[in-house]
Design a protein around this ligand. Sequence first.
Ligand SMILES: O=C(c1ccc(-c2ccco2)nc1O)N(Cc1ccccn1)C1CC1
Length: 399
Amino acid sequence: MYGLTTAAALVATAGYVLAAPSALVPRKTFQVSQIAKGKVFINGPTQVVKTHQKYAKLGATVPSDAAAAAAAVQSGSVAANPEQYDESYLCPVSVGGQTLNLDFDTGSADLWVFSTVTPSSESTGHARYNPSTSGTLKSGYKWNISYGDGSGASGTVYADKVVVGGVTATSQAVEAATSVSAQFTQDTNNDGLLGLAFSSINTVTPQQQTTFFDTVKPTLAKPLFAVDLKKGTAGSYQFGYIDSSKYTGSITYTSVSTANGFWQFTAGGYSVGTSTTTSGSISGASIADTGTTLLYLPDAVVTAYYAKVSGAKYDSTQGGYTFPSSSTLPNFNVNIGGTVFTVPGSYIKFAPVSSTTYFGGIQSSAGIGFNIFGDIFLKAVYAIFDESQSTPRLGFAKQ
Ligand SMILES: O=C(c1ccc(-c2ccco2)nc1O)N(Cc1ccccn1)C1CC1
């Protein structure tokens, strides 16, 4: 979760069986190296149900437990609605039967909500979760999180039913805020966060809790979620499946390190403008973070980018690079996993900070410790957060 923190800038701040490669029958004698199609586990209960159904005509009946287990194969899709200037995207979630609009954040791992236990002075204008309806207090459990933009929240923990796009977690840790920082109070579109980073950075004590994704993962058709953010209009998140209508071409996968709890990967070369021949490299670790508004890159890359924008400058009062409102910005191209993805210049012309000046969607990651591929990048691609392999991986495809 990381918006802009500057005075004048806009206040802005988720079963496979090894599919033996199809036997290739070469028309001609030539060497074919078979590439495993990737692991495809079959969901056991579904198979049991199918077998019984197949023999139903002979009188077999489907055992109820297998049917129930088969029903547990879930998938679903939920809208991601942009705030003004795409500062963040909010998704409707049912928490204990109450609908709250939450910021799905692949950069954190806590599901926390405004609630009836949040002081009204801090929660006016927000939908609030009432744990007394169906929540079970996890007695003595607490949480406390601070985000890179200086915002934060803390509170107590309940177990309750959480539904996202029809995918149900029957007993999810719901972190009710007893205190939130001013940035959250002020953004009345936002009723809380749904963390989609790795549960290893969940802040609940004395016992760490799982994210919504980790809670439902065993019941999903595929253990993955996909993100289709868009510029200035509603996108969506898919849980348990990839929607092939949401991208063109193929998906390029790249390996992920979970060491810091983030969806962390290594980005390659980059270029500025219409040439997609990339050079150089984007130094340091990078993370895919739906909860961060902008695209934070190494100083050298940012300097090279804004050198192509006349009138651009680093404005310390704004806390970032700005440029004249009349500017036409160049594209930013980045090689990830061998494929070059393009962020259109129009996406990087982020938001006005005055009648004559815009704030840039690309800013420096100096001081953060890693590069952050936030919404400015993610709205240009279809992103797959995939745990279907032996280690997690990120997939990217052109929208
Ligand atoms: O805001 C966060 C952020 C998210 C979660 C946690 C956290 C601490 C403990 C558990 O989760 N700490 C953060 O700081 N950004 C973005 C960011 C931007 C700038 C500087 C630092 N960070 C994390 C995803 C990278």
